[in-house]
Design a protein around this ligand. Structure first.
Ligand SMILES: *Cc1c(COP(=O)(O)O)cnc(C)c1O
Length: 407
């Protein structure tokens, strides 16, 4: 068994806190949103963490997500159902990106996307708190990760996705043991069905940020980056933003690391990347608003960031503004061009959402928001293998003479 999981232990969680009012909530109880209808954030006794471990302790452990266990909420490691949550590599994107561009390739995680980070944590906590039935709206990857982890520990799952969700996502969800329904609407329409069933007591609502622990799982992206950069951080991070869990989680991670004294006060500029066909956060950022209104008629090839309304909108906007970054929109043609460039020039197959970050990087470079010397991390959040690719129809008849010069 993974050494990072061999000892059962107590968590350092002290309580949970409403992200808008600061109201306190008890640990070790099942929570959804706060009474104000906003996400709950998990708080730790960081002084106790500091006196119990150091950066060296972390570095001596195997490089996976569980090396960070003191900064994670699970109380009993026996509740963790691991599928092998590795530390993802930083891959240089020299030609299609530039000399200082690295891709954090999250496609290598279980179920092929970074949704595994959030769901491995949320499912472990659901198990710890006695949940037996979960429902979730998804654009694809979250449903797949939920299905995998929940099935593995015997929790029943029902998943609702827009009827134009990538076919492979719908099938992987079903294959991994969830009941999956295609709904003629968008992800927030699916969320309304989940909310209705939850209000009737039929299941626990696992929508993005409506339970507190997915952020904690996604936070490990920020923890990993700090360790991978030698306890410094890059100059800029480009994050494809739907519900924004990862961006919020990384921002929280940096804060906790600074309080531990493991990093300094410097922060990367955080760029929240959206598609022009669904850019509620960009619109709110540009208008100077604290919250983002729903985006009507949302449409983009990048299904993972087709989120018309995010419950953590103000947390995304706050992090982006505090960091000196910006919210950027890129069009579908630029997204597809970026995916093509990374594959053809650098041999790295990005998902469309990952392509969006590369397109946004070039936009930021052209408008002077970053420069070529800046150390930049782009997030490729899922394996490119899950998405449609152009046909390659050439065939060879081996029984006829072959024109080798034409191959
Ligand atoms: C979920 C998802 C996103 C958006 O992530 P959030 O943290 O929810 O904003 C981006 N890309 C892909 C492929 C996804 O599955």
């Amino acid at each position: 068994m993974n050494q990072n999981l061999t000892t059962d232990r107590q968590t350092f969680v002290t309580h949970l806190e409403c992200s808008i009012t600061g109201e306190r909530y008890e640990a070790d109880q099942l929570h959804g949103l706060s009474r104000a209808g906003r996400p709950l954030l998990v708080r730790y006794d960081l002084d106790a963490v500091r006196s119990s471990i150091s950066r060296n302790t972390i570095e001596a452990r195997p490089t996976d997500l569980w090396r960070w266990r003191e900064l994670l909420p699970v109380r009993h490691t026996s509740n963790i159902v691991s599928l092998g949550e590795i530390e993802t590599p930083l891959v240089p994107l020299t030609r299609s990106g530039g000399p200082n561009v690295l891709v954090k390739d999250e496609g290598r995680l279980p179920t092929g996307s970074f949704k595994a980070r959030g769901l491995v944590m949320a499912v472990a906590m659901a198990k710890e708190l006695g949940v037996t039935k979960i429902a979730m709206p998804t654009n694809g990857n979250a449903g797949a990760a939920l299905a995998a982890y929940a099935t593995r520990c015997g929790i029943e799952t029902i998943v609702f996705c827009p009827d134009d969700t990538p076919e492979i996502n719908v099938r992987e969800i079903a294959m991994q043991g969830a009941r999956v329904w295609r709904v003629n609407g968008l992800i927030d329409d699916c969320g309304a069905i989940v909310g209705k069933g939850a209000a009737e007591g039929r299941w626990f609502d696992f929508s993005t940020l409506k339970e507190p622990y997915r952020i904690e799982g996604k936070k490990t992206m920020g923890l990993e980056l700090a360790a991978q950069f030698g306890w410094k951080l890059p100059d800029a991070i480009f994050y494809p933003t739907g519900g924004g869990t990862g961006l919020i989680g990384m921002w929280k991670a940096f804060d906790e690391l600074e309080k531990l004294g493991w990093i300094g006060p410097e922060r990367p500029k955080m760029f929240a990347v959206q598609a022009s066909g669904c850019a509620p956060i960009v619109r709110a950022f540009e208008a100077g608003e604290e919250h983002a209104e729903r985006w009507e008629d949302a449409s983009t090839v990048a299904a993972g960031i087709r989120v018309p309304k995010a419950v953590g909108d103000f947390l995304i906007l706050r992090a982006v503004r505090e960091s000196g970054g910006q919210a950027l929109a890129v069009g579908d043609p630029a997204i597809l061009k970026a995916v093509d460039a990374a594959a053809k020039q650098d041999g790295l197959l990005l998902c469309p959402e990952g392509g969006a970050t590369l397109a946004a990087y070039h936009q930021a470079l052209n408008t002077g928001l970053v420069d070529e010397d800046d150390k930049v991390v782009l997030f490729n959040c899922a394996t490119g293998l899950k998405y449609p690719m152009p046909e390659a129809p050439q065939a060879l008849d081996r029984t006829r003479p072959i024109d080798f010069d034409a191959l």
